[in-house]
Ligand binder design. Structure first.
Ligand SMILES: [Zn+2]
Length: 179
């Protein structure tokens, strides 16, 4: 995992000055115009999708970060969206499914490294069940779909620590419910 960089921006986004003063690890003040750049997590949503048989739908990522590794359907929340709206949109865009009901599970921090910048992210994790994955297909940003039983997940293949932790918690809950 990469630490958020000490000074993620070289220039003030308001006035273009290059003198940014670190007031804290997550706040940088422009020496010329005084604008404060705060480093706060970006909202993202993640789905643990199961079918009636209890299998999970993972996807192999077509692009970086984590190209070729496994992830869960999901993505960034767009302005004005609720987490639920965003996740339904992402599930539709990535795997072509409509989910009847989303259930909130947990929130987990993540780091998203892209274009040489590490962005802190807060993943909101939801679970949802569909009748079957027969209609699922790899659509946008997905190389292939991977349907797997909860006890067969290869955690070393997951692109993001938040996805791995969410799945661990989900699987542990399922095991507890069965025993
Ligand atoms: Zn400035």
């Amino acid at each position: 995992m990469s630490e958020p960089s000490a000074k993620p921006f070289l220039f003030c986004c308001r006035c273009g000055n290059d003198q940014l003063i670190a007031e804290s690890p997550r706040c940088f003040r422009c020496a010329r115009c005084g604008f404060r750049h705060y480093i706060n997590p970006v909202g993202a949503v993640v789905a643990i999708l199961t079918d009636r048989a209890g299998d999970l739908l993972l996807l192999r990522r077509a692009h970086d970060p984590g190209k070729g590794r496994l992830g869960l359907p999901g993505g960034f929340v767009e302005p004005g969206e609720t987490g639920e709206d965003a996740l339904r949109r992402e599930i539709r865009e990535e795997v072509g499914l409509e989910v009847p009901r989303l259930e909130y599970l947990v929130s987990l921090p993540n780091d998203y490294e892209y274009q040489a910048l590490v962005t802190p992210v807060l993943d909101l994790v939801f679970t949802a069940q569909v009748a079957s994955f027969a209609e699922a297909r790899a659509v946008s940003e997905v190389e292939e779909l991977v349907i797997v039983a909860p006890d067969r997940i290869d955690f070393s293949q997951l692109a993001f620590r938040s996805n791995a932790e969410a799945l661990r918690r989900f699987v542990a809950t399922r095991v507890r419910e069965r025993s």
